[in-house]
Ligand binder design. Structure first.
Ligand SMILES: NC(=O)C1=CN([C@@H]2O[C@H](COP(=O)(O)OP(=O)(O)OC[C@H]3O[C@@H](n4cnc5c(N)ncnc54)[C@H](OP(=O)(O)O)[C@@H]3O)[C@@H](O)[C@H]2O)C=CC1
Ligand SMILES: CC1=C(/C=C/C(C)=C/C=C/C(C)=C/C=O)C(C)(C)CCC1
Length: 317
């Protein structure tokens, strides 16, 4: 009897949450304030990380900027300060656990308070086909996009739990939900990031007295930051699925964060290939990939990366 009651309650809950999600697409819930919060962003020296810093500043938060590149990180801090915000920069390689723990202690010591928002944004891609890719480049992708999440969360979650207040945001990718050819290192690392994030979210939901610690998984499609320059699908399909403007992407992610949304795919259309991967036979997905030009979409990207390496614009190893 108890089982049947539980089953009924669960089914009603399932229907309630489906309806609530549909209603929320039209009627956006009220956003939570972040003024005065301490927001730590990894990979803040450029691209989305820099824009997150500026958006959180616009909402009144104080930002802690972690990047491996001191110069570009200082430039982000300058932009934040020009907006009237408070920024604190640290040069950190997030792939090194000792460095992450040491710098987390340093932040606490310097600022005298706890980080309440952690944006795990730092990310890299090898940009080479598997058989041409140096082992250390594969390792770099996995360490940056996946292992680093363990180190930063271990460094900041204990205080969030103790305060029953915090928010952990993982910038993953649609390539953590479905894959394509020639980005094995990246897809493996982003699928792992999604797995890590979801397991953490479940863990927090099973624990007592930590309902104030929220999680948001952000999965964007191609964003025009330069990271995936050259990546291209069939032109006709690109008309409805163009690469995202970085600011649009960050604003959509911010909306999700500020309403405590657990997952956001940007744009919404990319929920479809995610569903197709789960529901359709493998071969059906293969033929849609071919039709949409998404089977070879990374070929021109890899060419672009090769040219950059040849010009000395990026390091091959
Ligand atoms: N651009 C895209 O199409 C998409 C990107 N994403 C994800 O969004 C996130 C941001 O990407 P995007 O802004 O485009 O990338 P960028 O390359 O523009 O920015 C990434 C930043 O992270 C820094 N970084 C790299 N390695 C480390 C490290 N070990 N420790 C600390 N900082 C590091 C980089 O420094 P440096 O420049 O010196 O290497 C850079 O400043 C990434 O996780 C990416 O995977 C998701 C979907 C699509
Ligand atoms: C595979 C695939 C597609 C193309 C996806 C691409 C090109 C994603 C690129 C994502 C990037 C660069 C993410 C970075 O983190 C479509 C056309 C959506 C639909 C069919 C399946």
């Amino acid at each position: 009897m108890l089982f049947l009651m539980d089953l009924l309650v669960m089914l009603l809950d399932v229907v309630y949450f489906i309806l609530r999600s549909c209603v929320r697409i039209v009627l956006r819930p009220r956003t939570k304030p972040v003024d005065g919060e301490l927001v730590l962003i990894t990979g803040s020296g450029g691209g989305l990380g820099r824009l997150f810093a500026l958006e959180f500043t616009r909402h009144g938060a104080e930002v802690v900027l972690w990047d491996i590149n001191t110069k570009t990180n200082e430039e982000t801090a300058k932009l934040v300060r020009e907006q009237g915000g408070k920024a604190h920069t640290y040069t950190v390689d997030v792939t090194n656990p000792e460095e992450v723990y040491r710098m987390a202690d340093q932040v606490r010591q310097d600022l005298g308070r706890d980080v309440s928002y952690l944006i795990n944004n730092a990310g890299v891609v090898a940009g080479e086909r598997l058989l041409d890719c140096a082992d250390n480049m594969v390792e770099r992708t996995l360490k940056t996009n996946c292992h680093a999440l363990f180190w930063t969360v271990k460094a900041f979650l204990p205080q969030m739990k103790a305060n029953n207040h915090g928010h952990i945001i993982t910038i993953a990718s649609v390539l953590g939900l479905f894959s394509t050819a020639c980005v094995e290192d990246y897809c493996a690392s982003k699928f792992a990031a999604v797995g890590f994030h979801e397991s953490l979210a479940h863990e927090l939901l099973t624990e007592e007295n930590v309902d104030g610690v929220k999680t948001t998984l952000v999965c964007p499609y191609i964003v025009d930051t330069g990271m995936f320059d050259g990546c291209k699908i069939r032109e006709e399909i690109e008309l409805i699925l163009a690469p995202l403007e970085p600011l649009y992407c960050v604003q959509q992610a911010m909306n999700a964060i500020l309403i405590d949304q657990p997952l956001v795919c940007i744009p919404r259309l990319t929920y479809l290939p995610f569903l197709a991967r789960a529901l359709l036979p493998w071969e059906s997905n293969v033929v849609t990939y071919r039709f949409m030009g998404s089977d070879k979409c990374m070929y021109p990207f890899i060419e672009t990366m090769r040219k950059r390496v040849a010009n000395g614009a990026v390091n091959a190893a």
